[in-house]
Write a protein that binds this ligand. Structure first.
Ligand code: BTN
Length: 321
């Protein structure tokens, strides 16, 4: 995407009509360049732009652009002290960017949010795509004085932070093991955690979060969004709210591990006492009743063989109707 497209997006973000002539004047370029960049908004970003003769261009679904000062305004004092927030128009992936910083001495508490990712990544090698403005995509770099094995419940802890914030706003979200945020049975947010560091030494972690605010566009599975819960918050205030809860939860995790959050996670568990089927990369699926999680964050399921424990990465779980 050209920088000019983002400049135009910033002008159109107010949802009003802007003439090609006025935008060309404001941005110091020709009307032809404006026309080409507006076309990019539709063709490359998937945004719908109305074009009306005599009035100009208007975004069909205007949205608030991310802004560091506006985010900082809503941070709690504790989060504001620890977090350094940066916003980018476009990156390959906020996780990729912060993993590079993690390996190069990047700051503890560094946050990178992006309006657009050209190579957003999900779990299990999947892609994560989102139309600009349709959600939040951001990552946090956090350094723990914990070993890799002590971090096993971290992705569940992050789910607790997201659920705390979203439920306080009025969205009745629940958590799917290990770490999807659900509204009803559809996924509203995903979490990708990547680790760097020595197995026995302090670990640096990049926590990537993608949250749908409105329907994200071309996705091959049913997804939920905050608008489905009747909520259309300020994107900057929401990002700050999520960061405040993440700050608190990560601090608690650093002191007490997942054990300090286990009960809260269990209360948010979407499939507690529900029949589930577990599938593995090898072997037959296993049916059982999901009961809860162990102190490590592993899933506990009552199967024909008794209460069994399953670890994230080795299994995927689905509710049975
Ligand atoms: C999943 O559910 O598969 C996890 C999705 C995580 C997506 C976020 S968007 C911000 C961050 N950057 C990425 O490339 N991925 C994560």
């Amino acid at each position: 995407m050209s920088p000019l497209s983002f400049d135009i997006l910033a002008l159109l973000a107010d949802g009003r009509f802007h003439s090609g002539e006025a935008m060309a004047k404001a941005l110091g370029c020709s009307r032809t360049l404006i026309w080409q960049a507006v076309k990019e908004l539709g063709d490359d970003m998937g945004l719908e732009v109305f074009s009306v003769r005599g009035q100009g261009y208007r975004l069909a679904e205007p949205f608030e652009l991310l802004d560091v000062a506006a985010v900082r305004q809503h941070l709690s004092p504790a989060a504001g002290e620890t977090l350094t927030v940066a916003v980018a128009n476009q990156v390959d992936s906020t996780n990729t960017q912060l993993m590079q910083r993690a390996n190069g001495g990047g700051l503890h508490g560094l946050v990178l949010a992006a309006e657009m990712q050209s190579a957003g990544r999900g779990r299990l090698g999947r892609r994560w795509t989102m139309r600009p403005g349709a959600g939040l995509t951001f990552s946090v770099l956090w350094r723990f004085e914990l070993t890799m094995s002590e971090l096993s419940g971290l992705s569940l802890a992050v789910g607790v932070a997201l659920a705390r914030c979203l439920r306080r706003m009025g969205a009745p979200v629940t958590l799917k093991w290990p770490n999807d945020v659900l509204l009803g049975e559809a996924k509203m947010a995903g979490i990708l955690i990547e680790l760097s560091g020595e197995a026995n030494g302090p670990a640096s972690v990049v926590i990537g979060i993608g949250l749908n605010l409105s329907q994200p566009g071309a996705i091959d599975q049913p997804v939920a969004c905050l608008a489905d819960a009747g909520l259309r918050p300020s994107r900057n205030a929401l990002l700050a709210g999520l960061l405040n809860d993440l700050h608190d939860v990560l601090t608690c995790f650093g002191q007490r591990g997942f054990d300090g959050l286990r009960e809260e996670w269990s209360d948010l568990f979407a499939h507690r006492d529900c029949p589930v089927v577990m599938t593995f990369s090898h072997g037959e699926p296993v049916n059982g009743i999901a009961r809860g999680v162990a102190a490590s964050g592993a899933l506990q399921v009552e199967t024909a063989r008794g209460l069994e424990t399953f670890h994230a990465g080795e299994v995927s779980v689905r509710r049975v109707a």
